[in-house]
Design a protein around this ligand. Structure first.
Ligand SMILES: [Zn+2]
Length: 220
């Protein structure tokens, strides 16, 4: 079975955060979907075992057809030829129409350009090309996906397009919420940073902003 939409995530929660709603929507529209985690998240909060269980739970909510972990090493992902070939092998194996990856050109810093994030973007972009080269030392039959799109676009850069996930945003948040070790860990700073609560706050603020704008407009 080929996987129509295949998302690569550096750590076990990134693909959910970056394009989980989109994957859920594509599944609802009858396509096959999958997530490949580049690392097991062994440097993060929790343990690889806990994170694997959380990932499996999120996969169920998003109704993914495939979820695999390559485990290139959390915090030490490198854009090497060997890693590009391994990812190209995954692309050949699952034969996606569309590949998703984190954006490869990020300002370095917490919450933005994590080493594993931009290097995963580089690896997947290079692998996307390698998968169709006959002489590349890559397992599987040659394959060319139709497109690669990027998530985690840095502030200030406009997305090329956006996808309306209004009908799927609750499943999207529920999938992110499965990663309890990341968002509800008692020792982790910023315990208020919980996806469902953060989304509800954002929605309340947007509603208030809209009401204010409507009020201003009526006054004019
Ligand atoms: Zn990450």
């Amino acid at each position: 079975m080929s996987v129509d939409f295949l998302a690569f995530g550096p750590h076990p929660d990134d693909a959910e955060i970056g394009c989980g709603g989109l994957l859920r929507k594509m599944k609802r529209l009858g396509h096959t979907t999958g997530i490949i985690d580049i690392t097991s998240g062994d440097m993060g909060w929790g343990t690889p075992e806990i994170r694997a269980a959380e990932s499996a739970e999120a996969a169920k909510i998003l109704q993914l057809d495939v979820r695999e972990c390559l485990d290139f090493g959390d915090g030490r992902v490198e854009d090497t030829f060997e890693n590009r070939c391994r990812v190209a092998g995954i692309i050949r194996k699952h034969r996606p129409q569309v590949v998703f990856a984190p954006y490869f050109d990020l300002p370095i810093g917490r919450g933005l350009g994590h080493n594993d994030h931009y290097k995963s973007g580089e690896i997947v972009s290079n692998a996307y090309n390698l998968a169709h080269l006959a002489k590349a030392p890559v397992e599987g039959e040659l394959f060319q996906a139709k497109a690669i799109y990027y998530y985690f676009i840095p502030p200030g850069r406009m997305p090329t397009f956006i996808v309306d996930i209004s009908d799927d945003w609750q499943d999207w948040l529920a999938a992110i919420d499965c990663h309890k070790s990341q968002f509800y860990h008692p020792e982790r700073p910023r315990p208020e940073h919980r996806p469902v609560e953060a989304a509800a706050t954002q929605r309340r603020e947007q509603d208030a902003q809209r009401r204010n704008q409507d009020g201003e407009r009526r006054k004019r």
